[in-house]
Design a protein around this ligand. Structure first.
Ligand code: PMP
Ligand code: GLN
Length: 399
């Protein structure tokens, strides 16, 4: 087998699928989780909860395994889950989804996104617009699909899209606009004005909107508006979500994508050769989760908001300047005053210095734009309260 070192995408930290010496470079999340394991530091880096999700969901998976639901499910997904996804979209957002033709289950949101890009991109002349900072798999998937990445900045303090830059970025070459709302890593929840402008530009330039809404139920200081609910959007939008965040089951990798039947068919043609199918006993369990009462969904957002309060207070008392999030797992804090202008070096030293692991925001930014986000650190709030309190105490002692 021949490999071409450095041929794939580069992350902001200079890594890639293959680094220059031909070794496989880890993602920033894997690297930082390894640092936590090595040093015993509290891991506020990789975004995964340290508590189990709803008992009903866990029990349903155990029952499915015991009942022999252990072989390949249908290619589009288990019919009961397809129906539960359609019911969920109707119940929370008033969206009409045909479970037989307009939705497929995927191996997490990651596969839904990658399959969507591989299905819709023709070649390097196709451009994909993303908002920066962006979740790391977006640039990787754009590179795998052979398209050209075009970035639009999210501006502090609210991290809303720069609409002038958006208007410049979207052209007739734009095949896809990727939206991530609520947003990782900034915690922004996109305002209606921004979403409306995205739809207007997509219509004008005939682009597809691919929206990653894995934190859809974790908006707490703003209302999450699924972009597919805006006038004119549903016919050109692929909406992606995942059970990982909503039910604290990130390891199950049950995600989904829904949208117009022709786009979904295109995604399925790729998806069937990526994983074919996944997670047969977990699919009926997630159907149970999606049918839980409203109180479950509202409750998990409220709990996460409380955790962000604790984390934010701890970061402030340690001397960080905190950017309060409106949703999602993460709080962004400015470490410039604490000597964190070189934030990658700051985060690499943090486990030894303070016993806490966090992720530099530059890991979500193209190399040429790093300076704009220098000093910013992402901390995960999806941990038990006592863990966050201990992390806050360690940070206060460390600075
Ligand atoms: N999109 C965003 C914005 C995420 O933060 C994550 C990871 N938590 C994913 C996608 C990946 O989701 P999944 O694990 O379902 O593939
Ligand atoms: N989504 C998680 C985060 O942003 C990481 C998932 C992963 O490691 N790929 O931290």
């Amino acid at each position: 087998m021949s490999v071409i070192p450095g041929a794939w995408w580069r992350t902001a930290e200079g890594a890639g699928l293959l680094s220059a010496d031909g070794t496989v470079a880890p993602t920033i999340f894997a690297e930082m989780s390894a640092a936590a394991a090595r040093t015993g530091a509290i891991n506020l880096g990789q975004g995964f909860p340290d508590e189990d999700g709803p008992q009903e969901v866990l029990d349903a998976a155990r029952q499915a395994i015991a009942a022999g639901v252990n072989q390949y499910p249908p290619g589009r997904g288990v019919p009961d889950l397809l129906s539960a996804i359609a019911e969920h979209q109707q119940r929370f957002y008033g969206l009409e989804v045909d479970p037989a033709r307009e939705v497929i289950v995927t191996a997490g949101a990651t596969e839904a996104l990658t399959a969507s890009l591989l299905a819709l991109i023709d070649g390097p002349d196709d451009e994909v617009v993303v908002f920066e900072p962006y979740y790391d798999s977006y640039a990787a998937a754009v590179a795998l699909a052979g398209a050209t990445l075009v970035t639009v900045p999210l501006r502090r303090p609210e991290f809303q899209p720069d609409l002038d830059r958006l208007a410049d970025a979207v052209t007739d070459r734009t095949r896809i606009i990727i939206v991530n709302d609520p947003h990782n890593p900034t915690g922004a929840v996109f305002a209606r004005e921004a979403l409306t402008e995205i739809v207007r530009l997509a219509e004008r330039h005939d682009a597809v909107i691919v929206t990653d809404e894995v934190y859809e139920h974790l908006a707490f200081h703003a209302t999450h508006i699924p972009i597919a609910t805006l006038p004119g959007a549903a016919g050109r939008t692929l909406t992606i979500s995942s059970a990982g965040k909503t039910f604290s089951t990130t390891g199950w990798k049950i995600g989904w994508v829904h949208g117009p039947a022709d786009l979904i068919t295109a995604v399925l043609t790729v998806k069937q050769y990526l994983t074919y199918v996944n997670g047969s006993p977990f699919q009926p369990a997630i159907a149970v989760g999606l049918r839980l009462p409203d109180s479950y969904f509202a409750g998990s957002a409220a709990v996460l908001a409380h955790k962000h309060e604790i984390l934010g207070a701890g970061l402030r008392s340690a001397g960080f300047e905190v950017v309060p999030p409106q949703g999602g797992y993460f709080t962004v804090a400015d470490a410039t005053e604490l000597g964190g202008a070189d934030v990658a070096a700051f985060c690499r030293a943090l486990p030894e210095r303070a016993g806490v692991v966090a992720i530099p925001l530059t890991a979500f930014v193209s190399p040429e734009h790093r300076a704009e986000y220098a000093g910013l650190v992402r901390f995960a709030a999806c941990k038990r309260v006592e863990v966050l309190e201990e992390a806050a105490a360690r940070l206060s002692a460390g600075f």
